[in-house]
Design a binder for this molecule. Structure first.
Ligand SMILES: NC(=O)c1ccc[n+]([C@@H]2O[C@H](COP(=O)([O-])OP(=O)(O)OC[C@H]3O[C@@H](n4cnc5c(N)ncnc54)[C@H](O)[C@@H]3O)[C@@H](O)[C@H]2O)c1
Length: 400
């Protein structure tokens, strides 16, 4: 029997066993700010049971284990050897996501990784391949995909009602203070984080943008450190070019407080806008080429109308991604954010950094080796920040 068929049979058998329990046992690896949020959320999700925690900092591991009433580990390898779980949620700094994720899947555990799935697309490729080879369910924590307005926007984009792409826009202020950057030695360093706003704050909205508009074929990007004492970028911009010649513009920074987050996807049939979470869709009477072929009026322009969009309330957030991951393992439910799809935003962010450092346009898919070499070089020159007084393991209050 072929390995793929064998893997599928094994997965079905394993799922049937787990489905009898109606719950999967989960260990959280990395119990800092976000990991603590997961430890608080998982017991509220009926399909998951928190059974262990792991943190490289012994005091943090012990304290979290005690508070949650579960076993704690310091080394993730020891957790994998213990093995009394069905899956792991990884909430360590980004570099460890693919390292721990691949080890976990090879050891037989399903994996839900925090975003970004990796620092480099090369590592992300390895993560995706390992999931394919092992047949494990691999999802990434892109919880914004569960928001009702975003779901409605994705439905419109996937229905083809926007038409052929003419222009895109993404502007995203993601303000962070110097105190935030100083709260952890790994933060905002090439060695510890592997990038700045493009790797930490912007991935959520970049993921939505890529899901709505698709990938460009080329970009020219620029990154700078404008207003913080950090090694990596705190603002970035890019000019995008799509396969059909459409252009796009992207800007993000941690130097500007919101509001002002904006996505525009303009096609030849309509224009979709998300402004600070508010969705609108304007549809043209016919496609623009069709209209232009018939129009004879010098100052004519197509009729258009704002389409009322029904936004259905639904469960959302980190807990919903965890529930979906568990239900994918238990019952084969389609993943909201499969690992294989989570790479798009990373491809975009890697390309902007590469273009900025090489001062050249970058074509997709980006050259994996060229990017690995650039990051290796930046890591060599990097030092962990001396300004960090102590590690604060506190996440955004919105994520608790
Ligand atoms: N989805 C979201 O909304 C969201 C929000 C915040 C953070 N995150 C992501 O979560 C991850 C962690 O961010 P954070 O803000 O919680 O950082 P943090 O510094 O507060 O926590 C990271 C924890 O991981 C531990 N750790 C480091 N290396 C480890 C290893 N090899 N094995 C086990 N534990 C290890 C650290 O000791 C620390 O406790 C990042 O990748 C970040 O992008 C996601």
């Amino acid at each position: 029997m072929k390995p793929k068929v064998l893997r599928t049979l094994f997965f079905l058998q394993e799922s049937a066993e787990l489905a009898k329990q109606k719950q999967i046992r989960v260990a959280v690896i990395g119990t800092g700010g976000m990991g603590t949020g997961h430890c608080n959320n998982l017991p509220k999700v009926e399909e998951t049971k928190l059974v262990a925690v792991c943190d490289i900092d012994p005091a943090t591991a012990k304290e979290t284990g005690k508070r949650c009433g579960v076993k704690s580990f310091v080394k993730y390898q020891d957790l994998l050897d213990w093995g009394k779980m069905d899956g792991v949620v990884i909430a360590t700094p980004h570099y460890f996501h693919p390292v721990i994720g691949c080890a976990a899947m090879k050891a037989g555990f399903h994996c839900l990784s925090e975003k970004p799935m990796a620092v480099t697309v090369g590592e992300a490729d390895r993560f995706i391949k390992t999931a394919e080879k092992t047949g494990k369910v691999f999802s990434v924590m892109f919880q914004r995909r569960t928001e009702p307005g975003i779901k409605a926007a994705l439905e419109i984009a996937r229905s083809g009602r926007i038409g052929k792409l003419r222009r895109t826009l993404l502007i995203s202020p993601e303000f962070r203070s110097q105190a935030y950057y100083d709260s952890g030695t790994w933060r905002a360093t090439w060695k510890g984080e592997g990038g700045g706003i493009l790797l930490n704050q912007a991935p959520h909205i970049m993921d939505i943008f890529v899901q709505l508009a698709g990938m460009p074929k080329r970009l020219i990007g620029r990154t700078r450190t404008l207003a913080h004492n950090i090694e990596v970028e705190d603002h970035a911009e890019a000019l995008l070019e799509y396969e059909n010649g459409a252009y796009g513009y992207f800007y993000t920074s941690t130097t500007e407080p919101g509001p002002g987050q904006r996505i525009e996807i303009v096609g030849d049939r309509g224009k979709l806008t998300i402004a600070d979470g508010k969705l609108s869709f304007v549809e043209y009477e016919t496609s623009l080429p069709e209209w232009d072929a018939k129009n004879t009026e010098m100052w004519g322009s197509p009729k258009k109308q704002e389409v009322p969009i029904e936004i259905k309330d639904c469960p959302r957030g980190h807990a919903e991604i965890a529930r979906n991951w568990a239900r994918a393992i238990l019952y084969g439910e389609p993943l909201i954010a499969p690992g294989s799809e989570a790479i798009g935003e990373l491809e975009l962010s890697n390309a902007i950094i590469l273009s900025s450092f090489t001062n050249k346009p970058v074509d997709f898919p980006i050259d994996r080796k060229e990017y690995e070499d650039l990051i290796a070089d930046l890591k060599k020159k990097s030092t962990f920040k001396k300004t960090a007084k102590k590690s604060e393991r506190i996440t955004d209050p919105a994520h608790k």
